[in-house]
Design a protein around this ligand. Structure first.
Ligand SMILES: [Zn+2]
Length: 313
């Protein structure tokens, strides 16, 4: 019997999306409660600094968000909120909120919002991946300070990968919210749509949160039907992307529509239609005559779209 389980047509697609460059060894099985103080005693350690939806970047030459501990000390990291990300090239990497007002920083340091850092590629891919890890985890702590069972303020443990309740001893673990993002195709066309908050001319894939008790494939079918009234048959997983806004995992799929007639849910989408490969190529290349475009190259939507275009060549 031939075994074709791993007989896939291309290199692992998730390798190429934005935020996928994280090289940190998380040592998840070896984290202890003193992992942060031990790392802070290591002079070679590096620290990411986060605050007010922004990350601190030294903008001299290649952007750098990995500060030495001496440099980081100038921006008032908060010891009780510092988390341990892991080891990169045997160097501990930490992340902390900054206690400073980030409006007035010394050159060449700038506080830049996460999305701009990602879209404009302002730091190297490995640091961008570490930023996603840090932002997701620090935001989770900010949003989950109290025990969901008894309401007592909880305590950070395991370098930031757990919170424990001193009253009822409940354990709370960081969450990752799965989101299905799907490129719906029918015949030789694909469906792209835009929400009211999209930038001018931007069209993308449909997306929605996967609900408890639901498979990825059924979430793709449900969300597609809710947003377009289209019934979907086959669903094929393509790639995933960490998405630190605030702590999602985008799960990218191609989905086969069973018909071509659809009705948009105007409460969520302001426009959407079928696009040909030829038109989508101009949107990817930014040469569309009406200025229509696909999401930035690192976005998983752009990868779903490119792989569909390539599949028809
Ligand atoms: Zn409790």
């Amino acid at each position: 019997m031939s075994f074709r389980l791993f007989d896939v047509p291309e290199t692992e697609a998730s390798h190429f999306v934005g935020f996928a460059g994280n090289r940190i060894n998380r040592h998840s099985e070896k984290r202890s409660d003193d992992v942060v103080p031990v790392a802070l005693a290591n002079a070679s350690a590096r620290m990411l600094l986060i605050g007010q939806g922004q990350v601190l970047v030294a903008q001299s030459g290649t952007g750098n968000a990995f500060f030495s501990l001496d440099e980081a000390a100038k921006f008032q990291p908060l010891p009780n909120k510092t988390i341990y990300l892991g080891l990169q090239d045997d160097v501990p990497v930490l992340a902390s909120p900054s206690g400073l007002d980030l409006a007035d920083l010394p050159e060449p340091i700038k506080a830049i919002d996460y999305r701009s850092v990602y879209v404009q590629g302002l730091i190297p891919p490995d640091q961008l991946g570490a930023m996603a890890q840090a932002v997701s985890l620090l935001t989770w702590h900010e949003n989950h300070k109290f025990c969901g069972r008894c309401g007592t303020e909880t305590l950070m443990r395991d370098g930031g990968y757990r919170r424990t309740c001193p009253n009822c001893e409940a354990q709370h673990f960081p969450r990752t919210d799965p989101v299905a993002i799907m490129m719906v195709v029918h015949g030789d066309k694909c469906l792209l749509a835009r929400g009211p908050h999209f930038g001018p001319g931007m069209y993308s894939c449909l997306a929605g949160f996967i609900e408890p008790g639901e498979t990825i494939e059924n979430a793709v079918r449900r969300e597609t039907f809710e947003e377009t009234n289209l019934k979907v048959g086959r669903v094929l997983y393509h790639a995933s992307q960490p998405w630190p806004f605030p702590y999602s995992l985008m799960i990218g799929c191609h989905a086969e529509a069973l018909s071509g007639d659809f009705t948009l849910d105007k409460a969520e989408l302001e426009d959407g239609r079928w696009f040909s490969r030829e038109e989508v190529v101009t949107m990817l290349d930014r040469t569309h005559p009406d200025g229509l475009m696909t999401p930035p190259p690192g976005a998983i939507a752009a990868h779903l779209i490119r792989s569909w275009v390539a599949s028809g060549v």
